[in-house]
Design a protein around this ligand. Structure first.
Ligand SMILES: NC(=O)c1ccc[n+]([C@@H]2O[C@H](COP(=O)([O-])OP(=O)(O)OC[C@H]3O[C@@H](n4cnc5c(N)ncnc54)[C@H](OP(=O)(O)O)[C@@H]3O)[C@@H](O)[C@H]2O)c1
Length: 268
């Protein structure tokens, strides 16, 4: 089991949702935490919330290679190293591929996939030195293509492939590479999800009250990191989707279609 006291944890996208809950939980457990995001107000609020705590906040857009490198460089300059990297920053989408401006898919690949690749590349030498952990916050959409989310699923499938390859490459160096698939979690992700024109939707089509809280999600993630797990699939729906997709893929197609469509229209 990993003790987080004084460990250096870098979390991308820690100003909202699951990332913010992770920042809070790691600080509570004695870690030194660094995070990044694009919105300066949210970064400033976060810094104020945890004043006098070992929190380092950086403005960085993970879709830009140079900003990822600057983020990780500044974590190393501030805390001396990186033990755990959590590639959490992410954007979703809701639009049918036939209607889509390809800019939507490009943005999702840049943030969800390339953002994780850039940060991992930069932090890896320190993580190998410390026999630490690389985490990717993926999704059920990373092992099962979901309608209205072609770019999101593509980016998360790519993330899975990248992390699984890396895991196998460096498993004998004492590094744990893992991926987490949260189920529906009540965050800003559906509001910020891109529409067919690559602009934020500005609303959620789902009942956010009935979802897992980001705090509960963060609790499960920290536990899985401590246990050095390989993969974490949260929620019963997530686990049954994995099972159905593996053993009854055509049946899964029908059930998933039924969940996301009404009268032949994408409604979720
Ligand atoms: N919530 C769910 O139902 C759910 C389910 C499955 C998987 N996930 C995954 O969980 C992760 C966290 O999502 P969430 O639900 O917590 O979403 P969220 O509430 O929208 O938070 C996303 C965070 O990422 C940051 N971010 C977005 N784009 C960024 C960029 N280009 N550069 C740097 N930071 C960026 C945001 O800050 P700024 O906007 O200020 O940059 C924010 O802090 C994502 O990878 C998502 O795919 C979520």
């Amino acid at each position: 089991m990993v003790d987080f006291t004084n460990k250096v944890v870098a979390i991308t996208g820690g100003t909202d949702g699951i990332g913010k809950a992770l920042v809070d939980l790691f600080l509570q457990q004695g870690a030194r935490v660094a995070t990044c995001g694009r919105n300066h107000d949210k970064l400033y609020q976060l810094q104020r919330l945890y004043i006098n705590m070992p929190l380092h906040v950086v403005s960085a857009d993970v879709s830009k290679e140079s900003e990822c490198y600057a983020f990780i460089k500044s974590v190393i300059e501030t805390f001396g190293t990186v033990d755990i990297l959590i590639n959490n920053a992410g954007v979703s989408m809701r639009a049918m591929f036939k209607d889509l401006d390809l800019a939507t898919i490009r943005t999702l690949m840049d943030v969800n996939f390339w953002g994780s690749v850039y940060c991992t590349k930069m932090a890896l030498p320190e993580i190998i030195k410390n026999k630490g952990t690389v985490v990717g916050i993926s999704s059920v959409a990373g092992f099962r293509g979901l309608p209205g989310r072609t770019g999101y699923s593509a980016s998360k499938f790519a993330l899975h492939g990248f992390l699984e390859s890396l895991r196998t490459e460096i498993m004998n160096e004492g590094v744990n590479v893992m991926w987490v698939c949260p189920g529906f979690t009540s965050t800003n992700i559906r509001n910020a999800a891109l529409n067919k024109d690559a602009r934020p939707q500005g609303e959620s089509p789902m009942d956010e009250e009935k979802m897992m809280t980001p705090e509960e999600c963060a609790h499960h993630i920290t536990k899985a990191i401590k246990n050095r797990d390989r993969m974490l699939v949260l929620t019963t729906t997530g686990r049954s989707t994995l099972f159905m997709s593996k053993f009854f893929p055509s049946w899964a197609d029908k059930l998933i279609r039924k969940f996301y469509f009404k009268n032949n229209e994408l409604v979720k």
